[in-house]
Design a protein. Structure first.
Length: 276
């Protein structure tokens, strides 16, 4: 039995296990045959590199004697042959044997930078709700890349999911000019609202303010969807409540969740329906 990142592929499983899987990590296809002497050198090397990589890429092995249709489909005429897939497309290929250093160089060229992997790991852990591990990964990434806008933005989002407004404020205070600058600016109303909630001492002036404070408290506890529902109720009663502040905080919380969150599109539509 092989590991998930070292598999045998057939014509039937090719689309799922190679083409589709290559949208997650690169897939290196190793075409070999039992009678092929050079294959006995290169195939073990590829397997060794794949085991060391522990899933950073997948090795998909094809016995061309058993899988003639797949070999013909991919125009493999000689073995050993290697074809590398990324995002469903062939991005590199060769026929024959490469030395181990050249094989490693080829595979390294397919992989994202290790620090980028750390950033993606942090983002994925946020979606999974593992905030402690996400903070560890993103903290390491930002420490090594202190002016990386994507890393700073991801860490600021994580701070706000946990209600840590002061830490988010520090991250956003000198945000670098970049494509992410606009998204970072949208987080600032959330920071300001959380800081206001910390400082306010007087009881709520009316029912709407009480509802607003309650929704902010829910957001700070990570219950952002419930908070958004509360803000929608407020806006149904007063579209311009607090001079548009509720709308800005609502949009900021959508930015905290990020566009990959499955509920964000619906909540944007809900806001449009309420306001217009």
């Amino acid at each position: 039995m092989t590991d998930d990142y070292i598999i045998d592929v057939s014509d039937e499983s090719f689309e799922l296990e190679v083409v589709n899987y290559s949208t997650k990590v690169p897939v290196v296809m190793d075409f070999w045959a039992p009678w092929c002497i050079p294959c006995r050198v290169q195939s073990p090397l590829l397997a060794k590199i794949a085991q060391e990589a522990e899933g950073a890429f997948r090795l998909a092995r094809v016995n061309v004697d058993d899988q003639t249709k797949l070999a013909e489909r991919l125009k493999v005429k000689n073995v050993p042959a290697v074809k590398a897939f990324v995002d469903g497309r062939i991005v590199a290929e060769f026929t024959g044997v490469l030395s181990e250093p050249n094989l490693r160089h080829l595979i390294r060229s397919l992989l994202p930078d290790s620090s980028d992997l750390l950033l993606e790991k942090g983002k994925s852990l946020i979606l999974l709700g593992d905030y402690r591990e996400a903070e560890e990964a993103l903290g390491r990434f930002v420490s090594g890349n202190p002016r990386h806008p994507g890393g700073i933005l991801a860490l600021a989002r994580l701070m706000l999911i946990q209600g840590r407004a002061r830490e988010a404020n520090l991250l956003l205070s000198n945000f670098p000019a970049s494509h992410e600058f606009s998204a970072a600016q949208q987080l600032k109303p959330v920071v300001a609202a959380y800081l206001w909630l910390d400082s306010v001492q007087n009881p709520p002036a009316d029912a709407l303010e009480a509802a607003y404070r309650n929704s902010l408290k829910l957001a700070r506890k990570g219950k952002i969807l419930l908070a958004l529902d509360g803000f929608l109720d407020i806006l149904r009663k007063d579209k311009g409540y607090r001079n548009g502040e509720v709308r800005e905080v609502y949009l900021g919380l959508l930015e905290v969740l990020g566009e990959t969150h499955p509920e964000v599109r619906q909540y944007r539509a809900d806001l449009t329906n309420v306001l217009f």
